[in-house]
Ligand binder design. Structure first.
Ligand SMILES: Cc1cc2nc3c(=O)[nH]c(=O)nc-3n(C[C@H](O)[C@H](O)[C@H](O)COP(=O)(O)OP(=O)(O)OC[C@H]3O[C@@H](n4cnc5c(N)ncnc54)[C@H](O)[C@@H]3O)c2cc1C
Length: 412
């Protein structure tokens, strides 16, 4: 490679959880060279989950990550946007000049998808950044009349906070039940009452035709008045800046990383919300937009950068093959999911979904593939281990909520 490792510089683009963790992990795993963390937002690097929870309600002022960058020898440059990548010259172009790298980590995360025609309309909000949360905090404080577009994870958490603040909330969802795309309607139909009990109105099977000043127009012609419209219709990888770079991107916009989280150019890695990876465990490529992925992936990237630059190149490659995990706090409930299911998997209910606590399991070939737990964190913890270990399970015992999930493994 020519230059020694301590003379080499890793540049990390994107200062969210994945970028910050990559920088921290590099130091923890003994990277001796320079580390430069470049973030587009002007704020101290922060965590996103609190934005739709405590920060929105004014219970926390910010969600800054508690990292002493100076002590770790990490150079942080905030408010600096990467605009292009030239892998052949190992250069990142930014709005403040070019930056040379020896190793590059793309950690630019995702951006919230806007509703076509709604951009720039006064009173229309997204919820992705600290600035978005600050604007919405004022909406909540004014106890406004709000229309939420989308009953996904963000829509549900925002609605929870807005109802707690005393806002009048109507949620409009094009799918037939909450969380379409993420979970089957036969399960999420049981979440519909959560909205109603909170005092929000949920209208499913209704798309928004247009967003206007002071409200939205639905496909059926109905007009809903609103002081504020909150759009929660999903997120997509923030990879527009890689156009023309030759870095392979999927149809979903995610960087096509390999099992070591390497992108398609030499010495370039990608991690977190911006990258998909081939899951050996599930036999398909996954694009995961959840916090745990932004925490775990960086360990693998740091290990591969650290090992891959050793003089003899003999250190073992670290492979990324996680059991995906996420949680959501909505309507006073703790909702957790581990694994990855498809419509082909056998769905096994565990407990009554009209009660406060229940789970749903997905089985494939006699093993647990995925699990959704509502108010049953023990199911989640035990199920996650069963999924990771690919342990065979007995479907009848899985269905018995009185039997601890770990005891669903056949004994003989
Ligand atoms: C409101 C909210 C609540 C959430 N709650 C949960 C939850 O309860 N549970 C859960 O599991 N997950 C949750 N998530 C998801 C989780 O926060 C994300 O998966 C995680 O933040 C991804 O981290 P990341 O670093 O990959 O991306 P990001 O957090 O998106 O960070 C990427 C950073 O890169 C910067 N960037 C982008 N482009 C450029 C560029 N060209 N140049 C420089 N910088 C750039 C961005 O400004 C951003 O700061 C939530 C997300 C949101 C938005």
């Amino acid at each position: 490679m020519g230059v020694s490792r301590s003379e080499q510089r890793v540049v990390v683009v994107g200062a969210g959880m994945a970028g910050v963790q990559t920088a921290v992990q590099l130091r923890e795993q003994g990277w001796p060279g320079g580390i430069r963390l470049i973030g587009g937002e002007p704020h101290q690097p922060y965590d996103r989950p609190p934005l739709s929870k405590a920060v929105l309600l004014g219970k926390a002022d910010d969600a800054a990550l508690d990292v002493d960058f100076g002590a770790l020898g990490i150079d942080v440059e905030l408010g600096r946007q990467a605009t292009a990548l030239r892998p052949g010259e190992r250069l990142v172009e930014t709005d403040a000049g070019s930056v040379a790298y020896d190793q590059l980590v793309i950690a630019t995360g995702a951006e919230a998808v806007a509703l076509p025609g709604a951009e720039g309309v006064p009173g229309v909000h997204l919820l992705r950044t600290l600035d978005d949360a600050a604007r919405l905090r004022a909406v909540l404080a004014a106890r406004s009349e709000v229309v939420v577009v989308g009953a996904g994870w963000i829509g549900a958490e925002f609605t929870t906070a807005a109802r707690e603040a005393g806002c009048d909330v109507t949620v409009v969802e094009a799918g037939v039940a909450p969380l379409p795309g993420a979970l089957p309607a036969e399960i999420t139909e049981h979440m519909r009452p959560w909205y109603e009990e909170s005092g929000a109105r949920l209208r499913t099977g209704t798309a928004v035709r247009s967003v206007e000043r002071g409200g939205v127009r639905l496909q059926d012609g109905t007009r809903l008045r609103a002081d504020a419209v909150v759009v929660g219709v999903g997120s997509r990888p923030a990879t527009g800046w890689l156009a023309g770079s030759g870095i392979g991107l999927g149809e979903d916009g995610g960087v096509l990383a390999d099992e070591m989280l390497r992108a398609s150019a030499p010495n370039v890695y990608a991690v977190g919300d911006c990258a998909s990876f081939p899951s050996a465990r599930y036999g398909e490529r996954l694009l995961v937009h959840h916090w745990d992925n932004a925490l775990q992936g960086p360990r693998v990237v740091a290990a591969n950068i650290t090992a891959g630059t050793l003089p003899d190149g003999e250190a073992e490659a670290a492979l990324y093959d996680p059991v995906p995990y996420f949680w959501s706090e909505q309507f006073g409930r703790f909702v957790q999911y581990a694994g990855h299911h498809t419509a082909q998997d056998e769905l096994v209910r565990r407990g009554d979904p009209d009660q406060a606590a229940w789970s749903v399991c997905w089985l494939r070939d006699g093993t647990l593939n995925a699990l959704l737990a509502v108010g049953r964190p023990r199911d989640l913890a035990q199920g996650r281990r069963l999924i990771a270990g690919r342990a065979p399970v007995d479907a009848e015992r899985v269905a018995d909520a009185a039997v601890p999930l770990k005891k669903a493994v056949p004994t003989s």
